[in-house]
Design a protein around this ligand. Structure first.
Ligand code: HEC
Ligand code: HEC
Length: 334
């Protein structure tokens, strides 16, 4: 009996130890904001997030070593970048404007116009392997990717720690899982708006935002409706469709979806010029006036509106060293 009790205690201790060995991720979130959902087959861990972060900042994930996720998703611009569209490897032409990654873990509809992109794990494979456009150009290069990563002793250790008990985890699906785990840490709820410190102009702008109905699409705390259970509700046509990009209809094949794009979040939007799916609007005022029905917003109201959008910038998020280029590798300074 005593031995049984002792083994129970041991079992309990082992459980506690296991819990410590695989700590759940703790998000630093303001009151009222729930952590994002995490898929059961890709639990969070500090080791996995650190691996994902290293992969996010590694150009070696591309065919010629020149294009990493961070080249198009730069932290200081809210994980976007300054070109209308950014070329992929070997100058392959880009197609659409890079998107802001803050709070992407909360979205059920990812990318500008593809409602089949529902999870971060699958989305990663698009820049990595996609051919329309070619971004990182690794289609057909899977073995080369495995070879490159496996050649690095620190990567071998990091994959083993991130995926304990999964021998041979260095492959594209696990690369995607680790990057997705890192992306789930990109939360941005620390703006002046969240802190409730708005300038007088920003307060007036908040009124314009409400009155003009902007929140029908740029809804709630995420400033997008892309978190709905039905992803198709997040695609809208804000201006007459142009021939250059069919938008949602490219995937659905339905004529009425031509020119519909997913509502982008407006968080950190002041940092992410140029705007719209093709980067064709240089300023916030340009982007706003492109919405049908917004052309009558006067200059004074527009200044207030852009002051309000400016209050959605989260300085902590775009300068947080934990989300930036890693400074150490397997404990050694770089
Ligand atoms: C060459 C530039 C480029 C590179 C490299 C790139 N992206 Fe992107 N990213 C984009 C563009 C452009 C879009 C929008 C694509 C579209 O809608 O057609 C996008 C969209 C996204 C989205 C969707 C965001 C949202 O709000 O729906 C995520 C997530 C993302 N990228 C993550 C990544 C990750 C992770 C990597 C590295 C594996 C990466 N990207 C590499 C340009 C790039
Ligand atoms: C019917 C839904 C809808 C409404 C209402 C709406 N938007 Fe948008 N907004 C969108 C969509 C969709 C896009 C992307 C369109 C594209 O890329 O072609 C967008 C793009 C933007 C952008 C550019 C963001 C970026 O990252 O490129 C800004 C800024 C913006 N909207 C602000 C506003 C403001 C301010 C209002 C109110 C005056 C408003 N929107 C009303 C759906 C809407």
């Amino acid at each position: 009996m005593r031995r049984f009790a002792a083994s129970l205690t041991l079992a309990a201790a082992a459980l506690v130890l296991a819990a410590f060995a695989q700590p759940q991720w703790r998000w630093d979130l303001p009151p009222g904001v729930a952590p994002p959902a995490v898929p059961a087959d890709n639990p969070m861990s500090a080791a996995k997030v650190e691996l994902g972060r290293r992969l996010f900042y590694d150009g070696d994930l591309s065919a010629d070593g020149t294009v990493g996720c961070f080249n198009c998703h730069g932290q200081h611009r809210g994980f976007t970048e300054s070109n209308a569209v950014h070329p992929g490897v070997k100058g392959a032409p880009g197609r659409r404007n890079a998107m802001m990654l803050g709070n992407v873990a909360y979205l059920s509809a990812l990318t500008w116009a593809d409602p089949t992109q529902r999870t971060l794990e699958t989305q990663v494979l698009t820049p990595l392997m996609g051919e329309h456009p070619v971004e990182m150009g690794m289609k057909g290069q899977e073995a080369e990717l495995v070879r490159r990563l496996s050649a690095d002793a620190c990567y071998r250790r990091q994959f083993a720690e991130a995926f304990p008990g999964e021998a041979g985890a260095i492959d594209p699906p696990h690369v995607a899982k680790a990057i997705a785990a890192f992306e789930r840490t990109l939360v941005s709820f620390g703006s002046d708006y969240d802190k409730g410190v708005l300038s007088e102009a920003a307060k007036r702008g908040q009124g314009v935002f409400a009155k003009a109905g902007c929140a029908t699409c740029h809804a709630g705390r995420l400033f997008t409706d892309a978190d709905a259970a039905d992803p198709l509700t997040a695609f809208h046509r804000i201006e007459p469709a142009d021939a250059a990009d069919p938008g949602l209809s490219e995937i659905t094949g339905k004529a009425q979806d031509t020119g519909r794009f997913r509502t982008p979040s407006l968080r950190n939007v002041a940092l992410s010029s140029p705007y719209l799916h093709d980067g064709s609007a240089r300023t916030l005022a340009d982007a706003i006036r492109r919405h049908e029905g917004a052309s009558d917003i006067g200059d004074a109201q527009m200044a207030d509106l852009t002051a309000f959008l400016g209050a959605l910038t989260d300085q902590g998020f775009v300068t947080d060293p934990k989300l930036g280029l890693p400074k150490t590798r397997c404990g050694k300074p770089l």
